[in-house]
Design a protein. Structure first.
Length: 357
């Protein structure tokens, strides 16, 4: 992109600046800021070769065009952005509600985006939202494309990752270890006498939290001397109720002596329970089933579902509070901080053999 003979002190490297400007991109490429602006507008006066060099620089540096620059003299947009994997998942809707409630009376509004568990869709949404200059952004999970990370690094706004503990946080984190939460569920059920454990999860790794739960399950059954774990991968995340029913059939066909099945979510657990009942099997008499997430359905179905409560609403409130704290400081991301949120096992009828249904 830049000429190899250009003095090193005139080159801009990704990570050198907190908030990238168009002028800095222009300097990196060796053109004027006006040329960069015209390249974004697809102006015919910019050659295809120059436009290509500019866009390569934009991608390498993580620059995002600021569409609000000409209209917001205060440099404040009045909104924060949040991205969730699913809009029909009550856990994430509870998290969004927690964010909204925490923003009440702050003058800030929430703009919500839906990624469908896709890192590529998340990248596009991040770029679209950053072009409108949100004052902060809240993300679900810590797995992002390289380009998404570069854009967030250069945005100059607080970034809060939620629902897990990333190995390399971008900025702030509000979440818990999905692996340790699943481990707690395994250990709790093992203490009640269960020995032959099965697990139902998705077929791909795009749901990082599901992958972490699976790893926590496998690790714990091995540590307890109950392994190797009997794990089935079935359906592209998020696993539906119907897929949960199909998966439990596959698991029991392979390991018919399984005593208890742990599911990646309460939805797949509900589907598994309904399929077992259709086949004349008693839950938990013939097979015990547990879920994850403490959805509303888990407490009202029969039998009610043993699960892990992770305080979805609280995650949203704490994430918004962390972001607001950062904004009330310098207005930019000023340091990393991890806020651990709680989780607990909720024991219900689906694993209580004293009250088999």
């Amino acid at each position: 992109m830049t000429n190899g003979d250009e003095p090193k002190d005139k080159r801009l490297k990704a990570g050198d600046a907190q908030k990238l400007t168009m002028a800095e991109v222009a300097k990196y490429v060796g053109v004027s800021a006006m040329t960069v602006s015209r390249a974004f507008r697809q102006d015919a006066s910019v050659s295809e070769e120059t436009r290509k060099r500019i866009m390569e620089a934009v991608d390498a540096l993580g620059y995002v065009l600021d569409l609000s620059a000409g209209s917001l003299s205060s440099r404040r947009s009045g909104f924060i952005a949040a991205l969730v994997p699913s809009i029909n998942n009550s856990n994430f809707s509870d998290t969004a509600r927690g964010i909204t409630d925490a923003l009440e009376n702050t003058g800030l509004q929430l703009l919500l985006g839906y990624t469908d568990y896709s890192a590529e869709k998340e990248e596009k949404l991040i770029e679209a939202m950053l072009r409108r200059r949100p004052e902060g952004i809240i993300l679900t999970g810590g797995s992002h494309t390289d380009r998404a990370r570069r854009m967030l690094d250069k945005a100059g706004i607080p970034v809060v990752e939620t629902w897990e503990i990333p190995e390399e946080p971008i900025n702030h984190v509000v979440g818990f270890s999905n692996g340790e939460a699943m481990s707690l569920l395994v250990r709790t059920l093992a203490s009640q006498g269960y020995r032959r454990f099965g697990y139902i999860g998705g077929t791909t790794a795009r749901d990082t939290r599901g992958s972490q739960r699976r790893s926590g399950f496998l690790k714990t059954v091995e540590e307890l001397g109950l392994g190797p774990g009997r794990a089935i991968s079935f359906g592209v995340p998020p696993i539906t109720m119907e897929q949960g029913g199909q998966a439990v059939v596959s698991l029991l066909e392979r390991w018919p002596d399984t005593e208890v099945v742990l599911c990646v979510s309460d939805l797949s657990a509900f589907g598994a329970i309904m399929e077992c009942k259709r086949r004349g099997m008693s839950v938990p008499g013939d097979i015990a089933i547990a879920g994850f997430g403490d959805y509303e359905i888990s407490s009202i179905c029969h039998p009610s579902i043993t699960t892990i409560n992770v305080d979805c609403y609280g995650i949203g409130r704490q994430a918004a509070a962390r972001l607001l704290d950062a904004l009330q400081g310098s207005g930019e991301a000023t340091g990393d901080e991890i806020t651990l949120t709680g989780y607990r096992v909720v024991l219900r009828e689906s694993t209580d053999r004293g009250g088999a249904a």
